[in-house]
Design a protein around this ligand. Structure first.
Ligand code: AMP
Length: 446
């Protein structure tokens, strides 16, 4: 199969050739013809599967081939994303795909001055990438009209709900024409999202290119158990031992990010941090420098967990486990992208055993434990498995058998293939508000 056989026009094929895309990925093979045919879409695709091109290519083609010229302060296609970084990244991909088409594209997001964005919107934009809050600001200040809008894309929809954008989404939805095409993309599909999809989509085609809630199998995942206070020391030890070159590290809090960056920098290690308290320009600079390998260790809160495409990132370290189990999948999705292999290491302390258990249930695998000599925890992390069982009491150590045969060896946990263990409800569920949308009849013209 080629992009030409999917029905893409020559200017797009030329852009893809320049980018070196030869074969459509599975999500692209399914999404492109469906979007071209005007269908609504509900697509569950793993991160790194090429979903951006899956919606952007057919969208650009429809904009180039159909519909009126864009009017002042109007927008014909809208891509909503949860974070500023993702807005930049998606827009950059769109810009490259649209290189040979006479279309105007742009990205708007908060944290930067609104005036240049208002100026730019005056002459109209065919395709706009936006974060929900800034989009609403622009709409309320009459810098944007939606009467020409033909397509809405929700990218990382579950993350938008996690980040508390449900009210903004409901308000945006109210302002949009009822007759339009809607594409909903998400790396994970929770029940809340399925509910949202039921309210927003019109006879959608469901695409699921990977098992539900299972991380990319190109990522080798393991955990090291350690006492909480020794995590920084263990991190530095593993870094030196493994001769880590480029690592994306996730910490739970903004203070946690700052403390680790400070410690690493104090040791002469080239590290930087990104989190929500930092100005947008500083965040973007740190990310750009990390992508260029000018920064070796980038420490981030979950702000950076979603959607960021960093080429050939070999290693992700969870300095702290995420509070919401689904974020684990997004975090480790930063490595092992587009078919390359990657590694994800989590430093786990006793306090985090319930988080670990929730992750194992969600991903339906028991994470392999690898203990680091000299860092064995005083506060033991109870054994867990993919069924959600936490074995609270430490097992009595068996007496070593005289005949050998592995007795007395530490239980390293069981590797299971995804799907082997029965899926169960995670014990830790994200708390989300689901917006209630006014669903009028919507039919796209054939
Ligand atoms: P995404 O999942 O959209 O973030 O894409 C992940 C990465 O795969 C990006 O760097 C894309 O440029 C790249 N990519 C997407 N589609 C293809 C393709 N068909 N062939 C090669 N690379 C691709």
């Amino acid at each position: 199969m080629t992009f030409a056989t999917l029905g893409l026009i020559e200017p797009l094929l030329r852009s893809l050739e320049t980018l070196g895309y030869q074969t459509p990925t599975p999500v692209q093979a399914q999404a492109i013809p469906a979007v071209l045919a005007g269908r609504d879409l509900m697509a569950a695709a793993q991160t790194g599967t090429g979903k951006t091109a899956g919606f952007a290519l057919p969208l650009l083609q429809l904009l180039a081939m159909e519909g009126p010229k864009v009017a002042a302060n109007s927008v014909r296609a809208l891509i909503l994303v949860p974070t500023r970084e993702l807005a930049e990244q998606v827009h950059e991909a769109v810009r490259q795909y649209a290189e040979n088409l006479p279309l105007r594209t742009y990205a708007v997001y908060g944290g930067v001055s609104i005036n240049p964005q208002m100026m730019k919107l005056r002459s109209g934009v065919d395709l706009l990438v936006a974060t929900p809050g800034r989009l609403l600001d622009l709409f309320r200040q009459n810098a944007l009209k939606f009467n020409q809008l033909q397509t809405l894309v929700l990218d990382e929809a579950d993350r938008m709900l996690d980040l508390g954008f449900s009210e903004e989404l409901a308000n945006i939805y109210k302002a949009l024409p009822k007759k339009r095409q809607t594409l909903l993309f998400s790396a994970t599909f929770s029940d809340d999202i399925r509910l949202l999809a039921g309210q927003m989509l019109n006879d959608p085609l469901s695409i699921e290119v990977s098992p539900r809630n299972v991380a990319a199998n190109t990522v080798k995942q393991w955990i090291v158990t350690v006492d909480k206070k020794r995590k920084p020391e263990l991190f530095v030890h593993l870094m030196r031992k493994g001769k880590w070159k480029q690592v994306l590290v996730f910490a739970k809090t903004r203070n946690g990010v700052d403390a680790l960056v400070e410690k690493l920098q104090g040791l002469g290690i080239n590290a930087d941090g990104i989190h929500g308290d930092k100005p947008q320009a500083t965040r973007q600079r740190a990310l750009d420098r990390f992508k260029l390998s000018e920064v070796q260790i980038l420490v981030a809160t979950d702000v950076a967990a979603r959607g960021l495409d960093i080429e050939d990132l070999p290693l992700v370290v969870n300095f702290d486990l995420p509070i919401v189990a689904e974020d684990y999948i997004h975090r480790i999705g930063r490595t092992g992208r587009a078919g390359s292999t990657g590694e994800a290491i989590s430093l786990v302390c006793a306090d985090e055993v319930n988080l670990l258990s929730a992750i194992e249930m969600l991903t339906r695998q028991t994470l392999k434990r690898q203990n680091e000599p000299d860092f064995e925890p005083e506060h033991r992390v109870p054994d867990t498995d993919a069924s959600g069982q936490v074995i609270k009491k430490p097992k009595k150590p068996k007496k070593p058998k005289a005949s050998g045969g592995g007795g007395g060896k530490r239980n390293l946990g069981k590797w299971v293939d995804s799907g082997e263990a029965a899926p169960a409800e995670p014990s830790i569920k994200p708390v989300r508000k689901v917006p209630v949308f006014n669903t009028g009849p919507r039919k796209r013209k054939p």
